[in-house]
Design a protein around this ligand. Structure first.
Ligand SMILES: Cc1ncc(COP(=O)(O)O)c(C=O)c1O
Length: 436
């Protein structure tokens, strides 16, 4: 199997692009240093082709969760191609942004108004700005991951460990103005006591509480309700960041399933099946504050994003995509559990059915996971510790994957990992940014 072209290109990329890629989560070192194919020539359905024309079934991050319908979905692409033919920008606005606003506010009846961006991080920054403009307060309390912007990384200024326990520990706030110290305060998922304790005496300074409603596990019933009651009590804007949780368990935000409405919800990636699109939706009182500050950008008016989002959401609803991806994700979690039991190889399986992940229950986890990924490549899969299911994954894909997991778990269970791992270990955490 020739598989070198991607790695060679990546070596060039590292000299031309700081860090080699635009997204930490797509750095090849995260998966299998010196081995991961790194670049794709084509992606269709559940399959990805590398630069040497090797074909892989993607049983990993699936476009880091953006491609919920599968790669290059025909219906979404058709709508986009039609938009391209009719012009994707002009001096006038595209009507699709109004149509999409109607769809999003219909799916979320508590929301009255919508603004758009093209990236998740910038949509979070927009939501935080709106909350600060509405409340005329500065502080933001948060749990979970919300992108790369200053408001968020400010949490690490005073104490470089403060983001530990969130999704990406050790993020360096170098370049973030030190004056922002104390403006962003993290608390842990489902820890209302920590939120209340840390905010004691600061209640009148808190502009927003922003959380991912759920991700690594289901939200306990009273967690989101307690957040809602507390934010109301102190006059802060409650923001649900649904960039990863949205459109994964139901059409719209996960909060719909829990029956708790925020003041603002944020969507990105999966709403447009890989095309750049993000939306901030909210109640009228909160969203009107967007008019009291300056939030504006040329590329937020291009047409492809809204057109792709409309086509994606329509197909998602018509084809009952939520049920299928829950089924696919649950079956893959079962594959991990069953094969670990079969080979006496203890693992931990976690995550919502559509955001599943596993780890080997040993300190050799990272070596084993690297071996798993390397062996998966040999068998024609992009395989990793996470699996984000799509509508394009077939039953046959899962069956083939199950056989591959069976063989690889068996090999790991009967070997000393130090003897069988012949390549460098995958990077973790902040070392992903700094290791060469
Ligand atoms: C919950 C959440 N918020 C924000 C972001 C940042 O989005 P983007 O990478 O599009 O800037 C992500 C990305 O993974 C996310 O999962």
């Amino acid at each position: 199997m020739k598989q070198k072209t991607g790695q060679n290109l990546y070596k060039e990329a590292k000299k031309l692009i700081p860090g080699g890629t635009q997204l930490l989560s797509k750095r090849p070192e995260m998966f299998a240093p010196e081995i991961w194919p790194s670049y794709y020539s084509k992606a269709k359905g559940s399959k990805v082709f590398d630069l040497d024309n090797n074909e892989y079934i993607d049983m990993s991050i699936m476009g880091i969760g953006a491609n919920i319908l599968g790669y290059s979905d025909d219906d979404v692409d058709r709508a986009v191609i039609n938009a391209v033919k009719n012009g994707v920008s002009s001096s006038l606005n595209c009507p699709e942004e109004v149509e999409l606003a109607k769809i999003l506010t219909t799916l979320h009846p508590w929301a009255d108004m919508v603004r758009y961006a093209r990236g998740g991080g910038e949509a979070c920054a927009m939501a935080v700005r709106i909350a600060r403009a509405k409340t005329k307060r500065d502080k933001v309390f948060f749990s979970g991951y919300h992108g790369w912007y200053d408001w968020y990384l400010a949490a690490n200024i005073s104490n470089s460990d403060m983001l530990d326990g969130q999704l990406m520990p050790g993020l360096d706030p170098n370049g973030v103005p030190r004056n922002l110290q104390g403006t962003a305060v993290p608390f842990h998922f489902n820890d209302i006591d920590e939120l209340k304790h840390k905010s004691k005496g600061l209640e009148k300074e808190i502009a927003a509480i922003i959380v991912e409603p759920a991700r690594g596990e289901d939200a306990p019933k009273d967690y989101l309700l307690a957040l809602k009651n507390f934010s109301k009590e102190i006059g802060a804007v409650l923001i649900f960041d649904e960039i990863t949780s949205g459109f994964r368990m139901c059409p719209g935000g996960l909060h719909i399933k829990y029956g708790i409405n925020p003041d603002i919800a944020i969507f990105a990636k999966s709403i447009a099946n890989g095309y750049a699109m993000a939306a901030v939706i909210g109640n009228e009182e909160t969203m009107n504050a967007a008019q009291s500050t300056f939030i504006s950008s040329t590329n937020w008016t291009e047409r492809i994003g809204p057109v792709a989002a409309i086509a994606t959401i329509q197909k998602y609803i018509e084809s009952n995509v939520a049920d299928r991806i829950i089924e696919v994700g649950s079956r893959v979690k079962d594959v991990w559990r069953d094969m670990s039991k079969k080979h006496g190889l203890p693992i931990k399986v976690s995550g919502l059915p559509t955001l599943g992940s596993f780890s080997f229950s040993t300190e050799m986890n990272q070596s084993m996971m690297t071996f798993f990924t390397v062996e998966m490549l040999k068998k024609g899969f992009l395989g990793w510790r996470q699996f984000k299911p799509s509508f394009a994954h077939s039953d046959r894909d899962i069956e083939k994957y199950s056989d591959a997991v069976d063989e690889i778990f068996q090999k790991i269970s009967i070997s000393d990992i130090k003897d069988i791992l012949k390549t460098p270990e995958a990077h973790t955490g902040f070392s992903r940014l700094t290791k060469e």
